[in-house]
Design a protein around this ligand. Structure first.
Ligand code: FES
Ligand code: FES
Length: 199
């Protein structure tokens, strides 16, 4: 999907996430609907592309990318497990790299291209199917982080070895112990993607 220009982006209220036409409309909206909240300053405005859609969003300095995506944009696929960069469950792809959204400030994401597990599921549904087929999940809480990390890996390295897969997933923790199944699911996905198996 092509990126929209700045004038075509969507501007959302930081308090209720209602869509506004422009910055002046947003200020009027906040003054009338959120009287006790500070009126947004232009400084908090960031542009970002999420799963192929351009957004213009006003963010507060302390918001993490996880909070913006999960609590403000309704993209609840990424999970909050440790909130301290230790488990990988909040992983999203930013500008082609798997990153931890709990450790990334939203204000730092101006002009970033973000892909969440929702985008991965839409773009590569077979990867999700292979995870299910090979039982690479039990409770599933960690699974979005694993899947997103795997997607970032195969985008960069279309034919990783099992060792390279394990290294890429080393920052993702699973308390259900599904580790052996991840290389199996990812290698099977690669075979399907390359047309080496019936889809
Ligand atoms: S919730 Fe972000 S690394 Fe654990
Ligand atoms: S499947 Fe339960 S934490 Fe990984």
């Amino acid at each position: 999907m092509s990126e929209k220009t700045e004038s075509e982006t969507q501007l959302h209220c930081p308090y209720c996430y209602n869509l506004q036409e422009d910055f002046e409309s947003l200020k009027s909206h906040v003054l009338s609907e959120h009287k006790t909240e500070p009126v947004p300053e232009k400084e908090g405005l960031i542009l970002l592309t999420v799963n192929g859609e351009s957004h213009s969003v006003l963010v507060e300095p302390e918001w993490t990318l996880y909070y913006l995506l999960h609590d403000r944009m309704g993209l609840t696929g990424a999970k909050m497990f440790c909130d301290r960069g230790a488990c990988g469950s909040c992983t999203v792809i930013m500008n082609g790299r798997a990153i931890l959204s709990c450790l990334t400030l939203a204000i730092e994401c101006d002009r970033a291209v973000i892909e969440t597990v929702e985008g991965v599921a839409a773009e590569q549904p077979k990867l999700i199917e292979k995870y299910a087929e090979h039982h690479a999940l039990q409770c599933g809480y960690c699974t979005p982080g694993f899947v997103v990390t795997a997607k970032a890996l195969v985008d960069k390295n279309p034919n990783p070895t099992d060792q390279e897969i394990r290294e890429a997933l080393a920052g993702n923790l699973c308390r259900c112990g599904t580790y052996p199944q991840h290389p199996i699911a990812i290698q099977d996905f690669i075979r399907v993607r390359e047309g080496k198996e019936d889809v």
